[in-house]
Write a protein that binds this ligand. Structure first.
Ligand code: GTP
Ligand code: MG
Length: 357
């Protein structure tokens, strides 16, 4: 599961990426290669569990981010094939939108207008998707004329539906698809169908206005998209400081945690992920599953043997454990359940898998 970081030139992609990874950034306008990095998903619950069980190791869930350069303001040529190829493996887009002035590195269109940038980027994707759909419709049309099949006719009808939607300048991510349609569309990698997290990169002196700015853009949000605000420069400063100094710095700015934490959690949610935990003296750990995953499959995320030999999942919810103070107290109060294979694991469940090989 990967998130691709994209955005217009000088929007702050490298600053955000390198801060996510706590590395130094390259010069603006620099390297045109993609870079990838694994980032821990911050989770206060895991911190509390770690304090309770005092294990040797704490292991956070992770997300992989990919910085994908090459989204240019000059769209006369369309999106570059390199850019499109780089986005192939990406499930979700993190779109950096600029909302700061910087005379040395000006916006490519010499403007600070987040609304216009969101529309511009979406229309690039819509145009690119529309070209794919039209090519496919032509091809299907020929195939159906030669030899009509149900399969091709179905796909033709679906492609027409996509074309109508795209022609209204709407991204595909807001459409509902059946499972069969979804499978049919998978191979096409439509950009406007990927879930999108807009990250508004605002000037350092504007963070107190963040909520108002977000509200002003909320009308642009569709299904499968979200918006979060940060100042890349501030986030970079926080990450460069020792924990103690960072605390003081954040207190001064009246912020309770780095905005990057929220960004990471929001991208996790947008991808449809939830976490369950395992706890013990050796290790407290957060695991990633899709919403709706059953207990047996969730066991397989830990180890394939646990899935194969699955018997039951001893389950207690994080909030019950915290409110009762210990696993034993949960047991005494009937809060430690034995769940079977088909149990849909909930966000915040603590599991202990009983298995037999
Ligand atoms: N004032 C201000 N400057 C910023 C902010 N974020 C980034 N910058 C500056 O803007 C310039 C471009 O930032 P980058 O992170 O390199 O942007 P980029 O999107 O990676 O740029 P390219 O890779 O060249 O397309 C750098 O000089 C940053 O220091 C911000 O929040 N406020
Ligand atoms: Mg860059």
């Amino acid at each position: 599961m990967q998130i691709g970081i994209i955005g217009l030139p000088y929007s702050g992609k490298s600053t955000i990426f390198s801060t996510l990874l706590k590395h130094k950034t390259e010069e603006p306008g620099g390297k045109l290669t993609t870079e990838r990095g694994i980032v821990k998903v911050p989770d206060e619950r895991l911190d509390k569990l770690t304090a309770m069980f005092n294990p040797k190791k704490k292991v956070n869930a992770t997300i992989e981010y990919l910085k994908v350069p090459g989204l240019d303001k000059d769209s006369s040529q369309g999106l570059s094939s390199q850019f499109l190829a780089n986005l192939k493996t990406v499930d979700t887009l993190l779109i950096v939108i600029r909302n700061f002035e910087n005379e040395i590195y000006p916006h490519p269109l010499n403007r600070v207008d987040p609304k216009a940038d969101i529309i511009l980027i979406n229309s690039e994707f819509i145009i690119s998707d529309l070209a794919i759909v039209e090519t496919r419709l032509e091809k299907l049309n020929k195939m159906i004329l030669k030899m009509p099949t149900d399969k091709d006719k179905k796909e033709f009808a679906l492609m027409e539906k996509l074309r109508d939607h795209l022609e209204q300048e709407r991204p595909l991510r807001e459409m509902e698809f059946s499972e069969a349609e979804f499978q049919l569309l998978r191979g096409y990698q439509f950009l406007s169908a990927k879930p999108a997290l807009y990250v508004l990169n605002i000037a350092e002196n504007m963070i107190s206005e963040a909520a108002a700015i977000e509200a002003g853009l909320s009308a642009l949000l569709t299904k499968n998209s979200a918006l979060t605000t940060l100042s890349a420069e501030i986030e970079k400063e926080i990450s460069d400081l020792e924990e103690e100094d960072a605390r003081v710095f954040m207190d001064d700015l009246n912020i309770s945690e780095p905005a990057l934490n929220k960004l990471i959690r929001t991208s996790y949610d947008l991808m449809g992920f939830i976490s369950f935990f395992t706890v013990g003296e050796d290790e407290c750990r957060s695991w990633t599953i899709r919403k709706g995953t059953n207990a047996q499959r969730a066991a397989g995320v830990i180890h394939s043997d646990l899935e194969k030999g699955f018997i039951r999942a001893e389950t207690v919810h994080y909030s019950d454990l915290i409110s009762h103070g210990s696993l034993n107290a949960c047991k005494d109060n009937g809060l430690l359940r034995l769940e079977g294979k088909e149990y849909a694991v909930k966000d915040g469940d603590i599991l202990n898998i009983r298995f037999n090989l």
